[in-house]
Design a protein around this ligand. Structure first.
Ligand SMILES: [Zn+2]
Length: 278
């Protein structure tokens, strides 16, 4: 079940199995990171088994468990697992920040109360002039504003090259990531959540990034009941001036996202059933 043949990263992402295995597999976080890293560092080695099973009860490496906080720790890692599997609809934004699923780096200024419910998710890519990581991108947004007095742009989420998800503001709040006067299909800053994928020019989107994006979009879909047709790219809804995310295979993303959600549904039902048995 847990051994899988892998090809190049992009082919790999096209395939159903490894994605689902990575989603459902009950390995520790550190092992999973190792697996994800391995997918990219050694894509040419197809015969090496990448996924190993962690026997039940084996302590997770790299995770220190503080004394007398067993229950809390369990919740943290359960939430992380739920997010990974696509079954975190019951977990709020603040909890996911606390649990380390989202890394908070606030946008200074230009964060607004919403006047409309969230209906859309808009995907972007950063396309900085030079290669820059998520933190630098957010810093540059903050440097464009003037301590909140002026308008500075920014999405609520930034997905870094290594798959880390940064958050600048709660998706319950609106930020400025599209040009309201140029958008189509009714997409506005007020009714959308923006996600920037860290990518510049010829860079390939990494597997870790695509995985993280799949999880994040799926989570937001659940939280705000967003329909598939309302997950759009900046280029699609602002074609006059934007083409991002640049070089991103949107249809492959949607295929994998749907597959991920189907598996999540099965896992959720299994969980409900096992709870019912007790
Ligand atoms: Zn954009």
């Amino acid at each position: 079940m847990l051994q899988t043949q892998l090809r190049t990263p992009s082919q790999h992402f096209e395939q159903t199995n490894p994605l689902l295995v990575a989603q459902a597999e009950d390995a520790s976080e550190s092992l999973r990171n190792e697996i994800t890293a391995g997918l990219y560092s050694r894509p040419e080695n197809q015969n090496r088994p990448r996924l190993a099973h962690t026997p039940d009860g084996q302590p997770q490496q790299n995770e220190k468990r503080p004394e007398n906080s067993g229950e809390r720790t369990t919740t943290h890692s359960e939430h992380r697992k739920d997010f990974r599997q696509g079954t975190a609809r019951h977990v709020g934004y603040t909890e996911l920040v606390r649990d380390g699923v989202f890394i908070r780096k606030p946008l200074e200024g230009s964060v607004f109360e919403r006047t409309k419910p969230v209906q859309f998710i808009v995907l972007h890519s950063t396309e900085t002039r030079r290669v820059a990581d998520a933190e630098r991108v957010i810093d540059s947004w903050n440097n464009r504003g003037d301590n909140g007095k002026r308008v500075n742009p920014g999405t609520q989420f930034v997905v870094d090259r290594d798959g880390k998800i940064y958050t600048t503001a709660s998706p319950d709040k609106a930020t400025i990531h599209v040009n309201d006067s140029l958008t189509r299909r009714g997409v506005k800053n007020q009714n959308s959540v923006g996600i920037e994928i860290v990518h510049t020019g010829e860079q390939q989107y990494t597997y870790a990034q695509k995985m993280a994006l799949t999880r994040l979009v799926s989570y937001l879909q659940d939280r705000y009941r967003i329909r598939d047709s309302k997950i759009v790219t900046h280029g699609q809804i602002q074609p006059a001036t934007r083409t991002d995310p640049v070089g991103f295979d949107v249809s492959a993303f949607h295929r994998n996202r749907k597959q991920f959600r189907e598996t999540a549904q099965v896992l959720e039902q299994q969980k409900l059933r096992s709870k019912g048995d007790v």
